[in-house]
Design a protein around this ligand. Structure first.
Ligand SMILES: [Mn+2]
Length: 290
């Protein structure tokens, strides 16, 4: 096998068969470059554990997750201490999922996991747009002299995809240099998510889209379990509405990153992430006619 994965508990309603799945969930528990407080390596397991708090049925979508053929592959085995090798392994696993004709949904892990995932998806979808829902611009050229970091990840994505293909929403933290770079983004909307997204939907609807959802876009009152909380974020209702809106697009890949169970004593951040994933799986599959 070109990959090595570690399997424990599945996300709720995942099917045992990889072969029959149209969508494949995989964990990427990277926890190496967080700039404030570590713990994201526990993110995928926490999201899976809290998924059992939810119904399979979505009242808002009137659809049941048990009707969606998706598989939970487990977590990519990442070698401690070697970030670049970890990124290579994530890219290899996502590439394999895509080569098998399936859509990847990635659980972080820190935000840097988006880089190899987008690389893999963009190879198959040259006209790819990336939608980022995040408190932070993540557009730094480097962080303390290091190019690969959760604080630089969207700059790196823009470097190879073209920054005009990057659509950013909910941003409420950046430095002056990042704001200069942000002008080159296809869209850069601060503080709120929905109004900007509604105005960008027309530009996005005819192209493949990769969604990267950093849970710190949600206010720390609702999502305290993140590496770098930022006050004054959006509500869970707003982010879930955004997820359902994005589900109308041609989704080529999706990630939910930065869940940090070390700072999530009640599990509410992982629970919100699990609900985001459920709604994403249901909306993606509706579009794909599954
Ligand atoms: Mn962030």
């Amino acid at each position: 096998m070109p990959w090595e994965v570690v399997r424990e508990q599945d996300f709720i309603a995942a099917r045992p068969s990889y072969e029959d799945a149209r969508v494949v969930v995989v964990g990427a528990p990277l926890d190496a470059t967080g700039s404030f407080r570590p713990g994201t390596r526990g993110g995928p397991a926490a999201i899976r554990a809290m998924s059992y708090c939810l119904e399979e049925y979505s009242l808002d979508l009137d659809r049941d997750l048990r009707t969606v053929p998706f598989h939970d592959l487990g977590d990519v085995a990442l070698p401690p201490g070697d970030v670049e090798e970890g990124l290579r392994r994530i890219e290899a696993v996502v590439t394999r999922i895509l080569d098998d004709g399936k859509t990847p949904v990635i659980f972080g892990g820190e935000h840097l996991v988006t880089l190899p995932a987008v690389r893999a998806v963009a190879r198959r979808c040259p006209s790819l747009a990336v939608v980022q829902l995040d408190a932070h611009a993540d557009l730094r050229a480097d962080y303390l002299g290091v190019a690969l970091s959760h604080a630089t990840v969207m700059r790196r994505v823009g470097d190879f995809l073209g920054r005009g293909n990057l659509y950013q929403f909910g941003i409420r933290s950046a430095d002056g240099e990042e704001m200069e770079v942000a002008r080159e983004s296809g869209a850069f909307h601060t503080h709120r998510v929905l109004p900007g997204l509604e105005s960008a939907i027309a530009a996005l609807k005819d192209r493949p889209v990769y969604v990267t959802l950093d849970v710190d876009v949600v206010d720390p009152a609702f999502a305290p379990g993140v590496g770098t909380p930022e006050p004054a974020g959006v509500s869970p209702q707003e982010i879930l509405e955004a997820v359902r809106l994005l589900g109308n697009l041609q989704i080529a890949g999706w990630d939910v990153v930065e869940v940090n169970p070390a700072y999530d004593p009640a599990g509410i951040t992982a629970l919100l992430a699990a609900k985001i994933v459920r709604e994403a799986l249901l909306t993606m599959s509706r579009h794909r006619g599954v």
